[in-house]
Design a protein around this ligand. Structure first.
Ligand code: PLP
Length: 398
């Protein structure tokens, strides 16, 4: 098997698998007051410290790191919790405030934003043509929000686009938002950048930030949401799911200790080996680029961002072959990639991220996403190239 779909999910690492078995024995409820509960609560606190360390958070600070079930939940808690936090006074046009996001965000940001737009907020998507966040357009949006008395309540900028691998300048966007609206919550969906790039919420200027376990070689079922002490102090986020008050009240529901244990183990190992892993992926990417160049004679190209691209994500265009057709051809050879992102593959909808990137329709139709991990080898890339070559011979329209 040649698994090259690591942005969709990753194979659990040994440390995560071991942590699952160990945590199954620690099955108490962390909220119980007796000894079994206390043991679970101590373990939970240790897992939290581990993940916090990987995000560069100081041990003692008013910031919060909440465990959630997935990146989607973290993103929703941040955005919907922020919108619900304050009573908003509508402007003369009945607008409650402005939500800004980048164009081509993951649906877990774009869809809650649409919901807020339906409930009375102005929604602005900042263009990301060529894989670059358009800061001039952001400035214009901020000025419009100011002059319309529709203050920016929430601004969400992903760190790495999950389809193109484009790395956005979140820090610059955050500084700009704060210059106009110091009270706005700036959120970063860092799901695809976590442990692949070096950052902390502070270096990104993020008030809230999401990461997800299953993208870093842990099984699914756990994720985290960082909330800055300042946001907590200003009460700029309220819980969206009332319940028993776990996770400081922001995410009720008994904590999933088994998944969280695996998350912490994978995070620790990915953090410790971070430098080496990033080096391995960069070398694999260089090799992939080199091998893809051999297919240039068949018109094979890549969607290359004008700015920075994550080494682990390649967006490859094989003209004249629909991505789904090529994906199936590769799958039959046990080479696993995706067409755009895994979540949009079943929807038949044209990829928002590639549209926002500025790719024409026929390129979007023929784009494959290849996503690498440090666990891959040159062998996997050779198998991909062989598969593409035979797919082109069989399938490419002459
Ligand atoms: N944000 C980005 C950029 C993603 O790529 C994904 C998943 O692919 C998510 C959020 C959602 O994460 P999860 O699958 O943990 O809900």
């Amino acid at each position: 098997m040649h698994y090259l779909d690591n942005s969709a999910t990753t194979q659990p690492c040994e440390a995560a698998v071991r942590a699952v078995t160990e945590a199954l024995a620690n099955w108490g409820n962390p909220s119980s007051v007796h000894h079994l509960g206390k043991t679970a609560a101590d373990a939970l606190a240790a897992y939290r410290r581990t993940v916090a360390k990987t995000l560069g958070l100081p041990r003692f600070s008013p910031d919060k790191l909440l465990f959630t079930s997935c990146g989607t939940e973290s993103n929703n808690i941040a955005m919907l919790g922020c919108a619900a936090a304050k009573k908003r006074t509508p402007n003369a046009d009945g607008i409650l405030g402005t939500i800004i996001i980048s164009a081509g965000e993951h649906p877990s940001i774009d869809n809650p934003a649409k919901r807020l737009a339906d409930s009375g907020y102005a929604l602005v998507r900042v263009p990301t043509t060529g894989g670059v966040l358009d800061l001039d357009a952001l400035k214009t949006a901020l000025e419009t929000a100011k002059s319309n008395a529709a203050p920016v309540v929430f601004a969400g900028f992903m760190l790495v686009n999950n389809e193109t691998g484009a790395v956005y300048d979140v820090k610059a966007a955050s500084s700009l938002v704060k210059r106009y609206f110091p009270d706005a919550v700036v959120h970063c969906d860092a799901v695809q950048g976590y442990l692949k790039l070096r950052f902390t919420p502070t270096t990104l200027g993020a008030d809230t930030l999401s990461v997800s376990a299953h993208k870093i070689h842990a099984p699914r079922g756990a994720a985290a949401l960082y909330i800055s002490g300042e946001v907590i102090k200003r009460k700029n986020i309220v819980p969206v799911m009332p319940g028993g008050g776990q996770e400081d009240g922001f995410r009720s529901g008994t904590e999933n200790l088994v998944s969280i244990a695996a998350f912490a183990a994978a995070a620790e190992s990915g953090y410790t080996d971070g430098e080496q892993n990033r080096k391995t992926v960069a070398e694999l990417r260089a090799y992939l680029n080199e091998r893809l160049a051999e297919l240039a004679e068949y018109g094979v190209t890549q969607n290359i961002p004008k700015g920075r691209q994550l080494a682990g994500i390649a967006s490859i265009v094989v003209p004249g072959v629909r991505s789904e057709t090529m994906l199936n051809h590769l799958s039959a050879r046990e080479v696993y990639v995706s067409a755009g992102s895994a979540c949009s593959a079943h929807s038949k909808k044209k990829s928002d991220a590639l549209t926002a990137f500025g790719a024409e329709d026929d390129r979007i139709d023929s784009t494959l996403r290849v996503s690498l991990s440090h666990t891959n080898t040159k062998d996997d890339i050779d198998a991909l190239i062989d598969g593409l070559r035979s797919g082109i011979a069989d399938l490419q329209k002459k």
